[in-house]
Design a protein around this ligand. Structure first.
Ligand SMILES: Nc1ncnc2c1ncn2[C@@H]1O[C@H](COP(=O)(O)OP(=O)(O)OP(=O)(O)O)[C@@H](O)[C@H]1O
Ligand SMILES: [Mg+2]
Length: 234
């Protein structure tokens, strides 16, 4: 079995948090002890003097995680920008050692860890590390979340090409928030050989910002074979 999965996306706002949460909940329903992680979050809000990421609140709540925020989300920054820019704006030094330590602790503690990246694979996390390097260092395969919008074929194919060029393992693509996107899915199938794990429809009752789950876990479990995500391919 895989030790975890790294959820990335073709862009920001495509549903990484929603899909990462659904994967974690589906794995929990499978009877495993699962942990979640958002190593680096930007756009965090200040609540009672502490910075809190909406993504982290959503991911923890969907599996009733009691893990400490410092473990789940060791790096949180206030500006809603790429991590390197948010860090330089606020004079914060991003120490990746904290990320590696926290990931190891979560991996030791849980059967499976679902990690949400930030932005896409080439988003810069510190001056030398891109999101892709984080996935490589954690030795996790990728679930790539894609969404249908003008430009999404290009973004999806570029993400797949870059993942391959970095020798990242690709578990598969999940098409999220799909409404009338059959042509889009067919084009990706025609132009790439990467596996498609499934499609998730738009669910109007889902909202990360309000921590609302709607029917996302049921939809996910109906559409996606969770065993494929958990199984380690040789
Ligand atoms: N299947 C869905 N149905 C309805 N709304 C969705 C669905 N998936 C995601 N959303 C909504 O789309 C928005 C973006 O989703 P989400 O926050 O998961 O994206 P993200 O890729 O994690 O974004 P970020 O880059 O900010 O971390 C949120 O408001 C979320 O509630
Ligand atoms: Mg997110």
């Amino acid at each position: 079995m895989e030790k975890g999965i790294f959820v990335t996306g073709i862009d920001t706002g495509v549903g990484k948090t929603v899909i990462a949460g659904a994967i974690a909940a589906a794995i929990k329903a499978h009877g495993l002890d699962v942990g979640v992680m958002k190593p680096v979050a930007t756009g965090a809000r200040e609540i009672d003097g502490k910075l809190v990421s909406e993504d982290v609140v959503y991911l923890k709540k969907i599996i009733d995680s009691t893990d400490d925020d410092d473990l789940v989300n060791p790096i949180r920054l206030k500006p809603a920008s790429a991590p390197t820019i948010a860090a330089s704006k606020t004079g914060v030094l991003i120490d990746m050692e904290n990320v590696w330590k926290a990931y190891k602790e979560l991996a030791d503690k849980h059967d499976f860890v679902v990690v949400e990246g930030i932005g896409g694979l080439m988003a810069p996390v510190d001056n030398t590390i891109l999101v892709a390097d984080m996935a490589l260092k954690m030795d996790l395969a990728l679930v790539i979340v894609s969404k249908y919008y003008l430009g999404a074929i290009n973004h999806t194919l570029l993400t797949l090409e870059y993942a391959r060029s970095r020798n990242l393992r690709i578990k598969g693509i999940i098409f999220n928030m799909l409404r009338n996107g059959e042509d889009f899915v067919a084009e990706i199938g025609r132009l790439s050989s990467s596996p498609v794990l499934g499609t998730i429809p738009f669910d109007e009752n889902v909202c990360v910002e309000k921590c609302l789950y709607g029917d996302i876990v049921e939809l996910f479990r109906k559409e996606i074979n969770i065993s494929k995500i958990m199984r380690k391919e040789t």
